[in-house]
Design a protein around this ligand. Structure first.
Ligand code: ACO
Length: 402
């Protein structure tokens, strides 16, 4: 192990690494990525095998607890998640206080943090106590993130809230909670349920990305699980991170509206006049394995729904152009997970401003597992240094002299 105290005491200088491109902020046993080879594994299991044979809720258990669950463990875990959906009447009232045009990410972050007010014993900021109550807090979060997401949509639509049903799985229940009405239960096509579950599973963890690092940063100060993941939602919101799935569909729609097949856009991106959203990644310098899986799922969902989406044709064309263009090859820019997820979410009927919320539901197991890892460790508070570039010492100027 590296003795950082000795290093600090003897080095006397700071390592400057803009955006932490090459800084290991922690050691972790959760997720492995080899960006050069395009490899992603949760707890050692390849993402392709999990995508083929597992489900989101099973992957969530794996990520949080480190092992694939046995049948009784999975059943117990699923029941715990199912039965935590209830929203306190006080939280309901808070929800109704949001303006109608509120962004669902803002509501989600606020409401997740508010959970700490309704479950003070689970959000004590006493690490020992919060860890003792961890199982309950984790199932509350997995359940309520889905409930709060659906509520934010239905509130805007002026529809009553819908609770999950015991005979439906996690993702089918989410579609039910979004789209069912009292006399008209929404029955999704199996491929649609599978696609949404796959999107959740593929987003479930991704080592030290911006939002997960944020969760760890907040947790390193001793903050409870609810507060830490609420900060993660804020970090996820931006277009360079989770907001990219929205930005991709906006970009594709604009290209379509311009009558472009993607060729003009590629040229603009090469000149730095535009950014090809859903392309490029800090870690992957090869195909993002999640994008490969979702690219195939995209075709399957559109076929199942009997739809053709011109945006998919544009996406394919952009991908072909970029993968054979020197600019993108030299910079190792490949499609990332967001390149195809937005087209699937659009086909399912989700509004654009819910796309990043879907990412947040999917990422919840990773945030929870990373919080647990840091809470159980003896890690110090995270506190990076900086290179100060401001003015040197100068005397205070009195108001009358300014
Ligand atoms: N389109 C065009 N050029 C790009 C793109 C892109 N999408 N991404 C990077 N580049 C270029 C940069 O202009 C830069 O070129 P230069 O060397 O000539 O200056 C070079 O590639 C390196 O780019 P950086 O921005 O330094 O790479 P960084 O690792 O900091 O950024 C990021 C990674 C934020 C993902 C970036 O590629 C990007 O903005 N992509 C589009 C947004 C996106 O899809 N985000 C989702 C990421 S995945 C996720 O969070 C789930």
């Amino acid at each position: 192990a590296i003795d950082t105290r000795t290093l600090r005491a003897t080095s006397g200088y700071i390592t400057y690494d803009d955006g932490y491109g090459n800084t290991g902020s922690c050691s972790s046993k959760i997720t492995f990525i080899d960006g050069e080879k395009g490899i992603l594994r949760y707890r050692g299991y390849p993402i392709e095998e999990l995508a083929e044979s597992s489900t989101f809720i099973e992957a969530a258990y794996l990520i949080i607890y480190g092992e694939l669950p046995t049948r009784p463990q999975l059943s117990d875990f699923s029941t715990r998640v199912l039965t935590q959906a209830r929203i306190d009447v006080g939280m309901n009232n808070l929800f109704e206080g949001f303006p109608n045009n509120s962004h669902p990410m803002a509501m989600l972050s606020a409401m997740l943090n508010t959970l700490g007010c309704y479950y003070p014993d689970l959000a004590s900021n006493d690490r020992h106590q919060d860890l003792e109550n961890f199982d309950q807090a984790a199932s509350i979060l997995l359940s309520k993130v889905r409930m709060l997401a659906a509520m934010s949509y239905r509130m805007k639509e002026g529809l009553p809230f819908v609770y999950p049903k015991p005979d439906m799985g996690y993702s089918q229940n989410f579609l039910h909670m979004m789209f069912s009405n009292p006399y008209d239960e929404f029955i999704p096509h199996d491929d649609v349920t599978k696609a949404l579950d796959l999107i959740f599973l593929l987003h479930a963890d991704h080592e030290q990305n911006c939002s997960t690092s944020t969760v760890r940063m907040v947790a390193s100060g001793g903050a409870n699980l609810f507060a830490s993941v609420s900060a993660g939602v804020c970090a996820l919101w931006g277009p360079s991170h989770g907001g990219a799935n929205m930005a991709v569909v906006k970009m594709l729609s604009e290209i379509h509206a311009d009558g472009d097949d993607g060729s003009r856009f590629i040229e603009a991106a090469k000149k730095g006049e535009a950014r090809l959203m859903g392309f490029g990644h800090r870690v992957y310098k090869n195909f993002d394995p999640r994008a490969k899986i979702l690219g195939e799922m995209c075709e399957r969902v559109l076929k199942a729904l009997g739809r053709k989406d011109p945006l998919l044709d544009i996406a394919r064309h952009l991908q072909d152009k970029a993968l054979s263009d020197e600019y993108f090859i030299k910079r190792k820019l490949y499609p990332n997970v967001d390149f195809y997820s937005g087209i699937i979410l659009k086909a399912i009927g989700l509004p654009l401003d819910m796309f990043t919320v879907i990412f947040a539901i999917g990422r919840m197991p990773g945030w929870i597992a990373n919080w647990k890892e840091i809470a159980e460790s003896s890690s110090k508070i995270h506190r990076p240094r900086q290179i100060y570039m401001g003015p040197t010492k100068r005397p205070y100027v009195m108001m009358k002299d300014r």
